[in-house]
Every structure is written in structure tokens, then in C-alpha cells.
Design a protein around this ligand. Structure first.
Ligand SMILES: C[S@@+](CC[C@H](N)C(=O)[O-])C[C@H]1O[C@@H](n2cnc3c(N)ncnc32)[C@H](O)[C@@H]1O
Length: 270
């Protein structure tokens, strides 16, 4: 199966909605908000900066460009109509925030018109990421900023002991839902080849907290998919979902992944 995020608009609305639910759950978790604050709060941007998120999903991270990065205007571009509808409805009252259906490889934005481009967990899903990075380079003003943050997917785990079967669901989900697991370990060459100067790189640890809402979406979607594809019988899939809930109730659940952010700059004077 190919990564459904790489062409979400072609998936059934119910699949887009399930992924949108997972994105909402992830965006709202305090530990995820903390990661976004870590790399978005100290960007040096002009007061009038115009920022664009490529792959804006349900819109929370685009809103962070206003709420955390402090820009007056932010725009999200996203191919999934279900996601864009949700973002528009949720943030209708937020001044300066807009969303449109589009493709990060061909945004239609004018050359040198944007101060900040953000890609938050986008590039791992794109089969030819250099096209997206080149588009960011084209639309950024000289001196403009590119911020990229993505998972370091080989670190994703729910494993609490040797041979823990719950972890197989996470491995399966990464295999089925991520196009390039290694994107943040390869990003520096990609950015330099597209003309960017490298800025700050940081690692961010994500440990699922509280009700582990996002990790449970990973386990549920993975277990269902394992049953659909015949890897597991349906009752085994349900048993693994129940195992995750029992671990949570017993305060034994562990969910972890590293994220990496990389800031880059388009050469030139603003
Ligand atoms: C994991 S989601 C992240 C959404 C959002 N950035 C967030 O963190 O909540 C990845 C998003 O990238 C979008 N995407 C995939 N390919 C894209 C492309 N070529 N152009 C723009 N967005 C794309 C997907 O539709 C999906 O909504």
C-alpha cells in the first residue's frame, strides 16, 4: 500500500476524515504544541511578514504561524478538500488566516512573495520532495525563511519490553503511512542542493502524555489495517487495541517519537 497522505485528495472522504481526526488529535496535544513552540517562537521575521504553510492539514499549525511565530498573515495550502473545509470552518473567526486547496509543488504563489514557508510533517509524505523545496525557494523573498519539521520515524515506538507485540502496529503504520522515513536525516543535502543556506537544527522528543490521543489513533488505524489486509484476524486486532487501553488505564502505556526541525534561509538581502 502506498502512503495515503501522499495523495489524500484521491482517498475516500471517510479516509480523509479519519486522518483529519488523527491530525486534530496530534495538533492539540500539549507535547506536540511544545515542539512547535520550540522551533517557531524564535524565528526572526519582519513585522509585516506573510507566512505560508505547505501541507496545512486541518490548519492548527498554520494558525501557530500567527499565534506562536507572530506573523500578521498566514495561509495554508493543502490538497485534501476534507482537511481544507475543516480548517476554514474551525478558524473562520481568526483574522489574517486563510486556506486553499492546492499542491505544494505548484502553489501558484508569485515569485519572491513570501517571508516564511513552513513544512510541518509534510516532506516525509512527498515522493519527490525536491520539487516542494524548489517551490519554496521560488516563492520566498531573498532573505526569506524556510522551516521544516518532521518525524524521525525510525524512532517511533510503543515498545515497553523485548518482543512487545503492540510495537509491531507502530512499525506497520510507519511502513504503510510514511514515504521517506529518513527525510530529516537527509534534509541538509536536499536544502543545499535547492539553494538554501542552513540555519538551526534541533531535535524534539515526543512522549505521549495523558490520554495518548494521537498514539491511540496510530494503534487503531494500524490494527484495523492489519485486519483489512489479512495480517491479523479481526479479533486479534481488537485485542491489541484493548491492550493499548489497558496499558493507559494502568499507567503503563509508552509512546515515543523524535522530531527534528531545520531552519534554512534563501540567500540575499530582503
Ligand atoms: C501529516 S499531515 C500534516 C498536516 C499539518 N501540517 C499538521 O501538522 O497538522 C501531511 C499533510 O500534507 C499534505 N500533503 C501531501 N502531499 C502534499 C502536496 N504535494 N502538497 C501539499 N500538501 C500535501 C497531506 O494531504 C496532509 O494533509
Amino acid at each position: 500500500m502506498s502512503d495515503p497522505y501522499s495523495n489524500l485528495a484521491s482517498e475516500e472522504d471517510s479516509i480523509q476524515a479519519r486522518i483529519a481526526d488523527a491530525m486534530d488529535a496530534r495538533c492539540l496535544e500539549p507535547a506536540q504544541i511544545a515542539i512547535r513552540k520550540e522551533y517557531l517562537s524564535d524565528l526572526a521575521l519582519p513585522d509585516s511578514a506573510y507566512a505560508v504553510e505547505f501541507g496545512s492539514g486541518t490548519g492548527h499549525v498554520t494558525r501557530d504561524l500567527i499565534a506562536i511565530a507572530g506573523v500578521p498573515r498566514a495561509h495554508g495550502i493543502e490538497p485534501s478538500p476534507v482537511m481544507v473545509k475543516r480548517a476554514k470552518e474551525r478558524f473562520a473567526a481568526q483574522p489574517g488566516l486563510s486556506f486553499e486547496i492546492g499542491d505544494a509543488k505548484r502553489t501558484g504563489l508569485e515569485d519572491a512573495s513570501v517571508d516564511l514557508v513552513l513544512m510541518h510533517t509534510l516532506l516525509c509524505h512527498v515522493p519527490d520532495p525536491e520539487k516542494v523545496v524548489r517551490e519554496a525557494f521560488r516563492v520566498l523573498k531573498p532573505g526569506g525563511t524556510l522551516a521544516v519539521c518532521d518525524g524521525d520515524y525510525d524512532t517511533a515506538t510503543t515498545q515497553i519490553a523485548d518482543f512487545d507485540p503492540l510495537d509491531q502496529i507502530v512499525r506497520f503504520m510507519i511502513n504503510q503511512n510514511v514515504t521517506n522515513l529518513w527525510i530529516m536525516r537527509q534534509i541538509t543535502d536536499l536544502l543545499r542542493d535547492c539553494g538554501f543556506e542552513l540555519g538551526k537544527r534541533r531535535g524534539h522528543s515526543y512522549v505521549a502524555e495523558g490520554d495518548a490521543a494521537y498514539f491511540l489513533t496510530v494503534i487503531d488505524r494500524g490494527a484495523d489495517r492489519m485486519a483489512e489486509t489479512g495480517v491479523l484476524f479481526p479479533d486479534t486486532a481488537e485485542a491489541l487495541k484493548a491492550e493499548s487501553r489497558r496499558r493507559l488505564t494502568a499507567n503503563r502505556f509508552f509512546g515515543f517519537m523524535s522530531y527534528v526541525s531545520q531552519i534554512a534561509r534563501k540567500p540575499g538581502t530582503p
